[in-house]
Design a protein. Sequence first.
Length: 329
Amino acid sequence: MKKTILTGVKSTGIPHVGNYFGSFKPSIEGAKAANMRSFLFIADYHALTTVKCAAEMKENVNEIACTWLACGLDLKKTAFYRQSDVPQIFELAIILSNVTPKGLMNRSHAYKAVVQDAVDAGKDPDVDVNMGLFCYPILMSADILAFDTNFVPVGQDQKQHVEIAQAIARSFNAIYGSVLVVPEPKITKDQATIPGLDGRKMSKSYGNQIPMFAPEGELKKYIMKIVTDSSLPTDPKSTDCVIFDLYKLFATDDEVHVMKSKFENGIGWGEVKNELFRVANRTLTPLREKYNYFKSNPEIVEQLLQDGAKKARKVAQKTLDRIRKSIMG
Ligand code: TRP
């Protein structure tokens, strides 16, 4: 029996180069390499805790779907779907809530952070807590357990959520026998190693990002904005800098080698930036073209998501049949 790998993504706004190298690219390559049954979904009902506007919801889902498709997600190997298209997940969430101690939810970092913010502001602790937020880990457990998932690749910040899914699966199994597969988190490296324009980690919150799908002219402008020192073109340069780090992500090994010796012998920053633009544009152009294609063909995106949802529902229904039998006889 093939093992199952599953992960969910929330929309992160406009995707940037840091997201590409830190998340999209490794996930897609990982899924290609692994001989596993693979599921990747857009966690749109998780976004409901904060997004209360239909147009924004739709736009976010479309943005994230187009991005994954542009990055070359292999749809033959991976079922790619929108969580809200798989009702079995929500049925399972209700079932799981009955074996979940409230105390387990009280300890969830995400919930505690919202409570802490309110307390710090001198407000009622629960003022910003809706039950969607409080029960977020139960829904996430249902996402995972509905597919008999073995491995869940997530960032460090989501580790506790996967551990909650383990705890819930175990408490269900303690009552009903070995019905649910207990999943394991697979912690992915964080994006700290991918620098933004100012040398800090590339992040929307620092405003130092290079958008993944910026048109050529804009991409060039971003690269020209990278902060450099005032050394002369003839001065040798240290490779310990943002430009070189970014260059390494986009260039081939041979190109990196050549660039390194140019740094040692002296090269002007303008020339380095032009060369970085050339390799970045070479990588990003095919992605941008695919992204634009999907953006202008929403009905194709919708069809692909529907195909994925169909596959996902079939698998989840089988799990649900087994679960219902164990509870209802
Ligand atoms: N909570 C995750 C995040 O914010 C997204 C998510 C929802 C998820 N359901 C999941 C991740 C199931 C892994 C498995 O990033």
